[in-house]
Design a protein around this ligand. Structure first.
Ligand SMILES: [Zn+2]
Length: 213
C-alpha cells in the first residue's frame, strides 16, 4: 500500500466515523423516534450528567419529592407518585412539553434509587401496581357522585331556561312573548304608537290653552 492509498483509506475511515455521528445525532433529534427511544435518550443523559439528588421528605424513600441539581447549576423538583404506572412530575420545560411523562431528571432519580435501594425499589414497583389500582378505585368512587350531581344540575338548568318564560306568562308577570324574528317590527310599531299618542296629547293640551283665550 503506497502513501496515497493509506491517505485515502484514512479519509474513508474518517468519513464513515462522521457519517455514524450524524446518523446518531439525526436519530436523537428525529421526530419519528418512538417514545421508547426518547425515554432511552433521557436515561442516557441522566447517566452521563449524574445530577445531585436530594430527597426532600426522607421519611418516604421512594414516593417522595426530590431536588435535582444539574451540573449546569439549575435546580428542578421531581416527584414520584407511582413506579408501576410511571406517574412522575418534574418542573423542567422538557417534562412539560415532551408528553413522555418523564425527563432526564426523573430518570436520574429513578436510577439513583434503583441503585441505592434495589430491594425496596423492586417491591415498590410490584406493590405499586396494587396500590395504584386501589387508589384509582377510591378516586372513582369519590368522583362519581360529584359528576352525577353536576350533570343533574345541568339538566335542571336546561329545563328552567326552557320553561321559566312560559311560567312567567302564566303567572301574569309577562304579558306577551315576542319571538326574536318579530321583535324589530314589534318595537317599531310600539314606537310609532307612542309617538302618535304623544302627538294627540300635545294637540289636546294646545287646544285647551288656545280655548279660553
Ligand atoms: Zn425534568
Amino acid at each position: 500500500m503506497n502513501g496515497t492509498d493509506q491517505k485515502r483509506e484514512k479519509m474513508q475511515a474518517g468519513r464513515n466515523d462522521s457519517d455514524g455521528e450524524i446518523a446518531r445525532l439525526t436519530r436523537a433529534y428525529d421526530w419519528r423516534t418512538t417514545d421508547q427511544d426518547e425515554i432511552r435518550l433521557r436515561q442516557q443523559r441522566a447517566r452521563e450528567e449524574q445530577p445531585t439528588i436530594r430527597n426532600l421528605e426522607p421519611v418516604h424513600r421512594i414516593f417522595s419529592q426530590f431536588e435535582v441539581r444539574s451540573p449546569s447549576g439549575m435546580t428542578y423538583l421531581v416527584e414520584l407518585r407511582s413506579l408501576a404506572g410511571r406517574i412522575f412530575s418534574c418542573t423542567c420545560t422538557d417534562f412539560r412539553i415532551n408528553g413522555l411523562g418523564t425527563c432526564k431528571h426523573v430518570e436520574a432519580v429513578l436510577l439513583n434509587l434503583e441503585t441505592r435501594f434495589s430491594k425496596i425499589f423492586a417491591e415498590a414497583v410490584e406493590n405499586g401496581a396494587h396500590a395504584d389500582a386501589a387508589r384509582l378505585r377510591a378516586e372513582l368512587t369519590s368522583v362519581r357522585p360529584a359528576v352525577r350531581s353536576e350533570k343533574l344540575g345541568q339538566v335542571a338548568d336546561e329545563f328552567d331556561n326552557r320553561h321559566s318564560i312560559e311560567r312567567a306568562r302564566s303567572m301574569g308577570s309577562v304579558h306577551t312573548i315576542v319571538p326574536a324574528t318579530r321583535l324589530r317590527p314589534y318595537l317599531a310599531d310600539a314606537v310609532q304608537r307612542g309617538i302618535h299618542r304623544t302627538l294627540i296629547a300635545l294637540a289636546e293640551r294646545h287646544g285647551e290653552h288656545d280655548g279660553p283665550r
